[in-house]
Design a protein around this ligand. Structure first.
Ligand SMILES: Cc1cc2nc3c(=O)[nH]c(=O)nc-3n(C[C@H](O)[C@H](O)[C@H](O)COP(=O)(O)OP(=O)(O)OC[C@H]3O[C@@H](n4cnc5c(N)ncnc54)[C@H](O)[C@@H]3O)c2cc1C
Length: 507
C-alpha cells in the first residue's frame, strides 16, 4: 500500500515536493490554510473604474528555478515565459546616464571601466562564479546534502574559502576595485534582510542567487504573472491524484500518534500520516508540533527581513526616459541606487536593526511585468510594474507609510515620461509580509541567509548528515520551506531535495 504523506503548506515548495512524491507512488495530501494555493507566489485583484486588475502580491520574477524541475513537474508544457534579452540598466545618484549591464563580459568590462572606473577582473569573477554555480547545481540535481568536504574537493580550498565560507566584502575586494561594482554585486547579499557584507558566509548568497538554470542564471517573467506557476502546479498535482485541503488551517500535529488536526470549512478534522512535511515557515512548524525547545531554537535564529514592494498600475504603457536600442528595452530590469559607496550601502542595510528607523533608502529593483506580458500578448494596454526595494523596518505596515510610498514614486518617476498615467499603487512592508504570508519577521527567505543559517547550516535536523531535511529529531517529519537549503524564491529546490531525500530514506 502506498505511504500516506501529508504536506502542510501549498507554497511553491509544498507543491513541488507533492509533485515528485505523488509521481513516485506516495499518496499525498496538502493542507493549506488559505483559500487558494501559492503561499507568497500569488496574486491579488484590484478593481478600478469597474475593471479588474491582477497583480503579484508576493514574488514577481522567475529565475532561481532549476530547469529540470520546470520540465519534470510538467510546468514547462503549461507556462508561457519571457526573458528580456536587453541589458539591465543601473542608475546611481548624480549619474547623468545609466550604466548598461551587458551580458557579454568584454562589453561589460569596457562599460564598467568607462562609467565606474572599474579596474578589476570581471571575467575572472564570472568564471569563478560559474564554477561555484556548477557545483551548487550538481548538488541540487543529485539532491546531495550540502557539505564543506565536497566543496573543498571539487572547488579547492581557495575558492571554497572565498565563495562559500567567506564574507561578501572580501569576495568583492578580491575581484573589483570600484565601490559601484561592489555595491551592484552585493545587492543580493542584502536582498532578504539586514545581512552585513562582513558576515561569514555572506559571499555564498551571490552565486546562490545566480544559480537558477531555468533561464541560464537570468531572471524572467511568466505570462500574466508569476502566480501562474503555483496555480498551474496545483492543476497538475490534482490531475496526478494529490488531495488538496484548502481553507484548512492546521491547528497542531500529534507527533506520538502521527495525526494532524486541522479546521476545514466543514469543521474540525484529523488525518493520519506515515510521513509529514512542513512546507511552511519554520516557526509555524515548531509551533504546530508544540515543542517549546524547538520554538525557542527557531526564534533564536536571525529572522528579520527588510524588503518592501511597491506595485503600480498605469493606464498606458510606461515610457522610460532612458532606453537602449533593443527590442526588449521596455522590459529591461532597472536598478536605482540611493547610495554611492560600499560603506553607505552597508550602513543603509543594517540601519533597520536600530529602533525608531522606518526606512533608509538603499536600492530599488524594477520589474516591468506589464511590458513583459505585452511581449507575449500584444493586445495588453495597461501597464504594471513592481518595485522591490530596501530597507524597511518591521515596525509599520505599508498603509501607515504613505511618505515612503511617495518617496519611492518620486525616485521612480524621475525616470518615467508619463507618471500621470499611474492610476494605482500599493506598498507592502516586512510587517505586511509577516501578517499576510506568516513570514516570522517578514523575511522573504523565512529566515535570513546569513552565518549559521547558510549552506550546511540551513537545516533544522538533529542529524543533518543522514537526514538533512528532517525536522529536529522526529523520524517521520521533514521540513522543506524557504528556511531550508538553499533558500526561498520561486524555485522549489528545497521541496525537490526534500522529496528525494525522503524517497531515498524509504528505499
Ligand atoms: C514581496 C515579495 C517579493 C518577492 N519577490 C520574489 C521574486 O521576484 N522572485 C522570487 O523567486 N522570489 C521572490 N520572493 C520570495 C518567494 O516568494 C518566497 O521565498 C517563496 O514563495 C517561499 O515559498 P515556500 O513554499 O517556501 O513558502 P510560502 O510561500 O511561505 O508557503 C507556505 C504556505 O504554508 C501555509 N501555511 C502556513 N501556516 C499554515 C497552517 N497552520 N496550516 C496550513 N497552511 C499553513 C501558508 O498559507 C503558505 O501558503 C518574494 C517574496 C515576497 C513576499
Amino acid at each position: 500500500m502506498s505511504r500516506k504523506i501529508i504536506i502542510i503548506g501549498a507554497g511553491i515548495n509544498g507543491l513541488v515536493a507533492a509533485n515528485y512524491l505523488q509521481r513516485n507512488g506516495y499518496q499525498v495530501s496538502i493542507i493549506e490554510s488559505k483559500a487558494k494555493v501559492g503561499g507568497a507566489c500569488t496574486s491579488e485583484t484590484v478593481t478600478l473604474s469597474g475593471k479588474d486588475y491582477r497583480y503579484a502580491s508576493g514574488a514577481s520574477v522567475l529565475g532561481l528555478m532549476q530547469r529540470f524541475i520546470f520540465e519534470e513537474t510538467g510546468l514547462s508544457k503549461k507556462l508561457k515565459t519571457f526573458v528580456p534579452e536587453s541589458p539591465k540598466l543601473v542608475f546611481f545618484p548624480n549619474d547623468s546616464e545609466p550604466t548598461i549591464i551587458y551580458r557579454n563580459p568584454k562589453d561589460l568590462d569596457r562599460e564598467l571601466r568607462d562609467k565606474w572606473g572599474e579596474q578589476g577582473n570581471i571575467e575572472a569573477f564570472r568564471e569563478d562564479e560559474s564554477r561555484v554555480i556548477d557545483f551548487l547545481q550538481t548538488g541540487y540535481r543529485d539532491a546531495v546534502t550540502p557539505n564543506l568536504e565536497d566543496a573543498r574537493s571539487i572547488l579547492g580550498e581557495a575558492l571554497t574559502n572565498l565563495w562559500i565560507t567567506g564574507d561578501a566584502k572580501n569576495l568583492l575586494d578580491h575581484y573589483f576595485t570600484s565601490d559601484k561594482a561592489k555595491i551592484y554585486m552585493a545587492m543580493t547579499v542584502a536582498e532578504s534582510g539586514p545581512v552585513s557584507i562582513r558576515e561569514k558566509s555572506s559571499a555564498l548568497t551571490i552565486p546562490i542567487m545566480d544559480s537558477g538554470s531555468i533561464f541560464s542564471g537570468y531572471y524572467g517573467f511568466v505570462y500574466e504573472g508569476i502566480w501562474q506557476v503555483t496555480e498551474e502546479l496545483e492543476k497538475i498535482n490534482r490531475a496526478l491524484g494529490v488531495n488538496f485541503y484548502t481553507s484548512s488551517k492546521v491547528l497542531n500535529v500529534d507527533t506520538k500518534t502521527n495525526r494532524v488536526n486541522f479546521i476545514s470549512p466543514t469543521g474540525e478534522e484529523k488525518k493520519i500520516f506515515d510521513q509529514l512535511i512542513f512546507a511552511t515557515d519554520p516557526l509555524t512548524a515548531s509551533q504546530l508540533v508544540n515543542n517549546s525547545e524547538h520554538i525557542e531554537k527557531v526564534s533564536d535564529k536571525k529572522l528579520l527581513g527588510s524588503s518592501g514592494k511597491l506595485n503600480l498600475l498605469f493606464k498606458q504603457p510606461i515610457q522610460w526616459k532612458h532606453n537602449i536600442d533593443h527590442p526588449d528595452s521596455d522590459a529591461s530590469f532597472r536598478f536605482i541606487f540611493s547610495v554611492e559607496t560600499l560603506e553607505e550601502f552597508e550602513q543603509a542595510t543594517m540601519s533597520v536593526c536600530d529602533h525608531g528607523v522606518d526606512y533608509v533608502p538603499g536600492f530599488m529593483q524594477i520589474y516591468c511585468e506589464g511590458a513583459a506580458s505585452k511581449k507575449m500578448n500584444k493586445n495588453l494596454n495597461h501597464d504594471r510594474i513592481a518595485v522591490f526595494f530596501k530597507n524597511l523596518s518591521l515596525d509599520k505596515r505599508g498603509e501607515d507609510l504613505s511618505i515612503v510610498s511617495e518617496e519611492i514614486q518620486d525616485k521612480l518617476f524621475e525616470n518615467i515620461l508619463n507618471p500621470e498615467d499611474c492610476i494605482w499603487t500599493n506598498l507592502v512592508t516586512p510587517k505586511n509580509l509577516q501578517e499576510t504570508f506568516y513570514f516570522p519577521q517578514g523575511n522573504i527567505d523565512h529566515i535570513a541567509l546569513t552565518h549559521k543559517q547558510m549552506y550546511f547550516d540551513r537545516t533544522f535536523s538533529f542529524d543533518p548528515e543522514n537526514n538533512f531535511y528532517g525536522f529536529f529529531n522526529y523520524e517521520d517529519i521533514f521540513y522543506c520551506g524557504a528556511g531550508s537549503y538553499p533558500c526561498g524564491s520561486i524555485a522549489g529546490t528545497p521541496g525537490y531535495m526534500c522529496s528525494q531525500q525522503l524517497i531515498r530514506l524509504d528505499q
